[in-house]
Design a protein around this ligand. Structure first.
Ligand SMILES: [Zn+2]
Length: 449
C-alpha cells in the first residue's frame, strides 16, 4: 500500500551562501529512485516583509508517495542532509523540517495562507506538532518550522509559475558566473512564456544571481516546456552540477490578499490599503520618495525607495485628492521615520482634475489682458480697453499619471511580484500527470549521465 508524504524545510541558508533549493535539489537526487514524486518540488515564498527572514524567505516542499519503509528512508535522508548541509554554526540559520503523512490538515492550509502576509511565532507553529499526521523538527531555535509549515500547507492550488534552476560546481562558488550573454537574449526572445529574464530598460541580465550562492541561473516561466527550451538555448561557459525545475508561487502576488484599514496596520504585514493622497510626494535624503494617504480611520506615510528607480518618478506625479490602492510591506517606526508602507505596487483608482488659471484676451486687439487689481477686472495694456466682467480662463492640465497599476522595474521586483506581462495570466488547474512529472524529473536528475 503506497502512502503519501509531504516534506518541507526552511531556513537552511544564511547570508554566507548555501541556499534552500540547492539543499533540496541534492536531496531530490538522493531520493529520486526510492519514491514517486506526485508533484514537482515546490518552492514557496512566504511573507517577504517579516524580520529574521532567510534571503527571499523561501521554503521547499516535496510531495511524494511510496511504501512505508521507503518513506522512512527518505525521512532519514532529509533529516540527515539538512543537519549536515545547513549552516547551523550561523546563529541566523535555524532550520525547521515538517512532515505530513497523507492528507494535509485544513488547519495547516489555513496557517499557510496566513504565512503569506502575517507574522507567525515559533510557539504558534509548534502547536501543529500535536496533530496526528504532522511531525515538526526544530534545529537551532527552530524558526524554520514556520516556513516549513507555510510551504507544506500550500499545494499551489491557484496560480503558480515554474523556475528552472541550474547549479554551479562547488569549486566555482563565489566566483563570477561565466555565461554567454548573447545566448540569454536569444533564449529570451525565443520563449514568450518565460518572463523577467532581462531588464532591457536597465540593461540587466536577471537569470543569473550575483551573490556567492550555488545557483548558476534561474529561468522563470509559465510552462515546463518553455523554461526547458530557454535553458537549452542558454550557453553556460562553466560546468553545471545539477538541474531541477520547481513549481512555485513566485510572481503570483500571493502575499497580497488582505485589505487593512490604516489604523489596523502592524509592522511586517504584507498589506493592501485603499486611501487618498493627503500629503503630496516629496523626495528625502537618499532619493527615496515619500507621500501619505488617509482613509476613514487614520493616515500613514508610503515610501518608494531609491532601488525602485523609475517607479519613484511615476508616483511623484500623484496629487492630493487622488485615490489609490497601495500594495506593500509595513515598516515599523524608526528613529527617523514613522510607521511606513514600503510600496511594492500601486493602483491609481481616481485622479483629481488639476487646473491652471490664465488671464483672458482682449476682444478688440487680441492681446493678453492684465489684471486691473483685485476684483476690478482686466485691462488691455495695448489698446487700453477695460473689462470689468471678464473672468480668468480655467485650463485643465493633463495629468502625468493614469488610472492603472504601477510597478517598479524588473530589477527591483521581489520573488512574489507579479510582473506586468503576467498580469492577466493564471495557471490555476494546469497540473501535470504523475507519469509526466516522473519523466521530466528523471531527465533533469540524469542530465549529465
Ligand atoms: Zn486690446
Amino acid at each position: 500500500m503506497k502512502k503519501e508524504l509531504h516534506i518541507a524545510f526552511d531556513d537552511t541558508d544564511s547570508l554566507k551562501g548555501s541556499c534552500t533549493t540547492h539543499l533540496a535539489t541534492l536531496i531530490v537526487h538522493e531520493i529520486f529512485d526510492q519514491v514517486d514524486f506526485i508533484d514537482f518540488p515546490n518552492l514557496i515564498r512566504l511573507n517577504p516583509n517579516i524580520p529574521h527572514k532567510t534571503r527571499g524567505n523561501g521554503a521547499v516542499a516535496f510531495r511524494i508517495e511510496g511504501d512505508n519503509s521507503d518513506l522512512e528512508v527518505v525521512r532519514e535522508v532529509v533529516i540527515k542532509t539538512v543537519k549536515k548541509m545547513a549552516r547551523l554554526e550561523d546563529e541566523n540559520t535555524n532550520p525547521g523540517i515538517a512532515f505530513v503523512s497523507n492528507t494535509i490538515p485544513k488547519e495547516v492550509k489555513h496557517l499557510s495562507k496566513r504565512a503569506m502576509w502575517a507574522v507567525i511565532s515559533i510557539p504558534e507553529a509548534e502547536e501543529f506538532n500535536s496533530l496526528a499526521n504532522v511531525e515538526l523538527i526544530k534545529l537551532g531555535n527552530g524558526r524554520g518550522i514556520i516556513g516549513a509549515l507555510g510551504a507544506i500547507g500550500n499545494p499551489l492550488e491557484n496560480d503558480f509559475t515554474y523556475e528552472h534552476l541550474a547549479y554551479r560546481m562547488p569549486k566555482n562558488f563565489g566566483t563570477k558566473r561565466m555565461i554567454d550573454r548573447e545566448s540569454i537574449l536569444t533564449a529570451d526572445k525565443a520563449t514568450p512564456l518565460t518572463f523577467s529574464n532581462v531588464d532591457y530598460k536597465y540593461n540587466s541580465i536577471m537569470i543569473t544571481p550575483r551573490g556567492a550562492d550555488p545557483v548558476f541561473s534561474g529561468i522563470r516561466g509559465e510552462t515546463i516546456d518553455e523554461v526547458m527550451k530557454a535553458w537549452s538555448l542558454v550557453k553556460p561557459l562553466e560546468e553545471i552540477s545539477m538541474l531541477m525545475v520547481y513549481r512555485t508561487n513566485q510572481h503570483t502576488n500571493q502575499h497580497f490578499v488582505k485589505e487593512f484599514p490604516i489604523n489596523q496596520l502592524k509592522p511586517h504585514l504584507s498589506v493592501i490599503v485603499h486611501g487618498t493622497i493627503n500629503k503630496k510626494p516629496y523626495y528625502i535624503e537618499g532619493s527615496h520618495l515619500i507621500f501619505s494617504i488617509r482613509d476613514d480611520t487614520d493616515e500613514i506615510d508610503c515610501a518608494a525607495y531609491e532601488p525602485t528607480k523609475s517607479f519613484r518618478g511615476e508616483l511623484s506625479n500623484l496629487a492630493i485628492g487622488d485615490n489609490v490602492t497601495v500594495f506593500g510591506g509595513v515598516r515599523p517606526t524608526g528613529e527617523k521615520h514613522p510607521m511606513t508602507i514600503n510600496i511594492e505596487r500601486l493602483r491609481v483608482n481616481s485622479l483629481v482634475k488639476q487646473f491652471i488659471y490664465e488671464n483672458p484676451f482682449c476682444d478688440k486687439c487680441g492681446a493678453r489682458l492684465k489684471s486691473a487689481g483685485k476684483n476690478k477686472g482686466f485691462k488691455c495694456q495695448k489698446c487700453s480697453a477695460v473689462y470689468r466682467e471678464k473672468k480668468q480662463l480655467e485650463k485643465e492640465l493633463p495629468r502625468k499619471i493614469s488610472l492603472k497599476e504601477y510597478l517598479p522595474p524588473i530589477i527591483a521586483h521581489r520573488h512574489l511580484t507579479k510582473p506586468l506581462e503576467r498580469m492577466n495570466r493564471d495557471n490555476k488547474n494546469k497540473r501535470f500527470r504523475k507519469s509526466d512529472i516522473t519523466k521530466i524529473m528523471r531527465m533533469l536528475v540524469n542530465f549529465r549521465k
